[in-house]
Design a protein around this ligand. Structure first.
Ligand code: GDP
Length: 320
């Protein structure tokens, strides 16, 4: 299927990586930019860890572990065991092979490269043609406001397994952070055809990207369709804490609840067939289909359906 224009996908880790991988199977390398959340990034054992960028990169390289849902397939854990033996922190699991990514990334960042440059270099080495762009090269650190007080993101997400009740989220450093050049280029691309919000956690993964200074304004000013793919299937998240968080906020775990986080930004919505009833009474253009991506075949099918849906959106037919 040949398609005009450039597509911008905004993604977190697990769900985002799956749809991003599908999009790479149906769009040419120069027709897609994947912008990835870096609010989850943190420094651990002296290393710069970028969990969402790595999830997307490993998925696009076909190296990810689809069962565990994060990290590399065929991973071993010797370094972690050795860290624990010496009394070091082992609550954040870094596999032996994954460690190579963090070691090299940290070294290159210390030598003065930007996160965008390191991400692009790793992607090239792994044979990925499509652009993976961190949302910013400046440090942004998500902090979760919980019933126990504020917790740095990975403390909440991994160390505490999202157990404290979620009250809100903030992003340290965001006021001074600039969107990465590759993100700004995609936003300004005259060929920009549509923006896809991947089925990622709307608060933990997509809000940091949308909160960067100037991003929301630029997205709205482009007047191209913004299409959200729901991470919810029949009143629950496929994986992770998104449903728990919405319940704790008193927001329904439905497509409507999802839209409440986007303040009118979204023009069209892709929901699971389980939520088809909602789609038929929505004001927005909506597509109801099987959104569960069990394997790369599902990822490509859903990506194809999303792109065909965009082609059919009223007033924005292909080539318009
Ligand atoms: P995180 O950084 O690991 O939280 O990654 P994301 O924010 O990208 O992904 C978490 C969201 O992805 C969860 O809310 C899941 O419901 C959603 N998700 C994961 N797999 C799928 C899938 O196959 N289909 C859909 N529709 N959503 C998915």
């Amino acid at each position: 299927m040949s398609r005009d224009g450039h597509f911008l996908a905004l993604a977190g880790g697990v769900g985002g990586a799956k749809l991003a991988n599908g999009l790479t199977q149906v769009l040419a390398a120069d027709a897609l930019t994947i912008v990835v959340n870096t609010g989850d990034d943190f420094e651990h054992l002296g290393l710069h860890v970028s969990p969402d960028i790595d999830s997307v990169t490993y998925a696009l390289a076909g190296l990810n572990d689809p069962v565990r849902g994060w990290g590399l397939a065929g991973e071993s854990w010797n370094a972690m065991r050795a860290v624990a033996r010496l009394g070091g922190p082992d609550w954040f699991a870094l596999g032996d092979h994954d460690l190579a990514t963090h070691l090299l990334r940290s070294q290159r960042l210390r030598a003065g490269e930007t996160l965008s440059q390191v991400t692009a270099a790793f992607a090239r080495r792994l044979g990925i043609g499509h652009r993976i762009v961190p949302m910013s090269d400046d440090p942004v650190r998500s902090v979760v406001d919980t019933d126990e007080g504020p917790l740095p993101f990975q403390d909440y997400f991994v160390r505490r397994r999202c157990e404290p009740a979620f009250r809100g989220i903030g992003f340290d450093g965001i006021a001074d952070a600039r969107p990465a050049v590759g993100f700004l280029d995609a936003l300004a691309d005259p060929q920009l055809r549509a923006i896809v919000l991947c089925p990622s956690n709307p608060l933990l993964s997509l809000r940091p990207i949308l909160s960067l200074p100037g991003v929301d304004e630029r997205l709205r000013a482009r007047r191209v369709p913004v299409v959200a793919v729901s991470p919810f299937v029949g009143g629950d998240a496929v994986k992770g804490p998104a449903a728990k968080i919405l319940r704790e906020l008193g927001v329904p775990v439905t497509p409507e609840g999802l839209l409440s986080f986007y303040d009118g930004l979204v023009d069209a919505l892709v929901v699971d067939a389980c939520d088809a009833d909602w789609a038929s009474c929505s004001r927005l253009s909506a597509l109801a289909t099987d959104t569960l991506m069990r394997d790369p075949g599902d990822q490509a099918r859903l990506a194809r359906e999303v792109l065909a849906f965009i082609d059919d959106l009223p007033g924005r037919s292909a080539g318009a």
